[in-house]
Design a protein around this ligand. Structure first.
Ligand code: FES
Ligand SMILES: [Fe+2]
Length: 445
């Protein structure tokens, strides 16, 4: 595949453009599934989704159905969720608890370590010796690894170690995991929805600060009204940031970081405010991690681990898994994510904020998905194929990190510091550089 047809990346000329066809072309989509979603690490779920012996959850790596299960000895494993007999999907539910999975088609059964436990009427089956010698257990996913409770798998075996793949972006997963000494959990209840547009629109939108005031006016108006209703002392208690942030953040509203392998973060300074459910832990977190690092936990942070994981900590805290179904169809699985052990009051606040902003029933998600669908319709206009939405921040982007990245001991490839209107688009370059490299490699292979 000639990737220069889709990504026009000429930093020396100050040019970065993406061709509309990247969102609509069926051959591109097929190659993305093979090379990105089945050709490398993808996020599967959180360890806490299968916390107890025999707990399991199911998901997908590209087209491959995946069963992640904890066995009786407590070991987590990932399998292809397909019966070796005739291939039927074995575990039918999104999550559950099972010592034994019995295939609904012909009743072969498998224990929680993936071993075949019974083949119905085996003795009467007149099987050949070659059949007896074969392993009848579930096929393990070729690669499976965890970072701080985030579980990843790969259908391709020849991938770098997970820690190398995550690289410096792992510091940002740590920042999520460190919000409680006990780790993270998903608030019960998941929301799944589809939108009629390409998966990369979700990838981009999470990192797109430019759309916020344009696409979400109703949400912003509600926030403004609530702010007016707050008592004076609540308003005054906002901005209890550490001295480090008070000093260093003068004139800075936030920024972005770009990492190797297509991972990115955009962030904004919120301050240590009671508007954030984590506020009850502010002192304890400062003690455990230092005030400057604690303040990072209160910042607005939208993190993408390429290609399918997003952790959005903005209006509330959301974990998203992107699943491409067709060039113009994407499934989103989303959860409210929370530090374990937070108080009922904080959890209530988190869930109320979550309902406000997220989900097809919230005030922001529908604005976004309608915009994705409008883009997908707009991509039909190929008379001028090159899109111009990758140029903001070109002259603000610098190599390496900055003083805020240093707080986390993190060395990104590139960074931008911004006022409230810069709304960097250069972090999308990171997505499309990883995309182009892997699509080109796959073609060579
Ligand atoms: S497909 Fe599973 S037992 Fe036949
Ligand atoms: Fe949005």
């Amino acid at each position: 595949m000639d990737v220069t047809r889709f990504v026009d990346d000429r930093p020396e000329d100050g040019v970065f453009r993406v061709n509309r066809a990247i969102f609509t072309d069926a051959a591109v989509f097929e190659a993305e599934i093979a090379r990105l979603f089945e050709g490398g690490w993808v996020f599967l779920g959180l360890e806490s989704q299968a916390a107890q012996p025999h707990d399991f959850f199911t998901t997908f790596a590209g087209r491959v159905p995946v069963l992640v299960q904890r066995c009786g000895e407590g070991v987590l494993r990932a399998f292809v969720n397909s019966c070796p007999h005739k291939g039927a999907r074995l575990a039918q539910t999104r999550q559950g608890h099972a010592r034994l999975h019995v295939c609904p088609y012909h009743s072969w059964s498998f224990d929680s370590a993936g071993r075949n436990k019974a083949i119905k009427w085996k003795g009467a089956g007149c099987y050949a010796e070659a059949f007896d010698q074969a392993d009848h257990g579930l096929a393990p996913l070729p690669r499976f690894a965890a970072h701080r409770g985030f579980l990843f798998g790969s259908v391709a075996a020849d991938v770098p170690p997970l820690e190398d793949y995550l690289g410096e972006a792992a510091h940002l997963l740590d920042l999520v995991a460190d919000q409680s000494a006990e780790g993270l959990e998903l608030v019960p209840g998941q929301v799944t929805f589809t939108y009629a547009a390409n998966w990369k629109l979700q990838l981009e939108n999470c990192s797109d600060a430019y759309h916020f005031t344009s696409a979400h006016p109703s949400y912003i108006r509600v926030l403004e009204r609530r702010q007016q209703e707050l008592s004076a002392d609540v308003v005054a208690s906002v901005w209890e940031s550490s001295d480090y942030w008070k000093e260093e953040a003068q004139g800075v509203a936030g920024g972005s970081y770009s990492f190797a392998n297509g991972h990115v973060l955009n962030w904004g300074i919120f301050g240590v405010t009671p508007a954030i459910p984590l506020y009850e832990s502010a002192a304890a977190l400062a003690q455990r991690h230092g005030a400057a690092r604690r303040d990072w936990m209160f910042n607005m942070r939208n993190l993408t681990i390429f290609p399918n994981l997003q952790v959005a900590e903005n209006a509330s805290s959301q974990l998203r898994v992107i699943r491409p179904l067709a060039p113009g169809l994407t499934e989103m699985r989303t959860w409210c994510i929370a530090p374990k052990g937070e108080s009922g009051e904080a959890r209530r606040q988190r869930i109320r904020q979550y309902e406000d902003f997220f989900n097809p029933t919230g005030m922001a998600t529908p604005d976004d998905t309608v915009s994705y669908e409008n883009c997908q319709i707009g991509y039909g206009g190929m008379i001028e194929p090159w899109l111009q939405g990758y140029a903001r921040g070109m002259t603000a982007s610098v190599a390496g990190g900055n003083r805020f990245a240093d707080v986390l001991g993190m060395a990104p490839q590139r960074s931008v510091l911004a006022d409230s209107q810069l709304c960097d688009e250069t972090l999308f370059h990171s997505y499309y550089r990883a995309w182009a490299r892997r699509m080109a490699q796959g073609a060579a292979a």
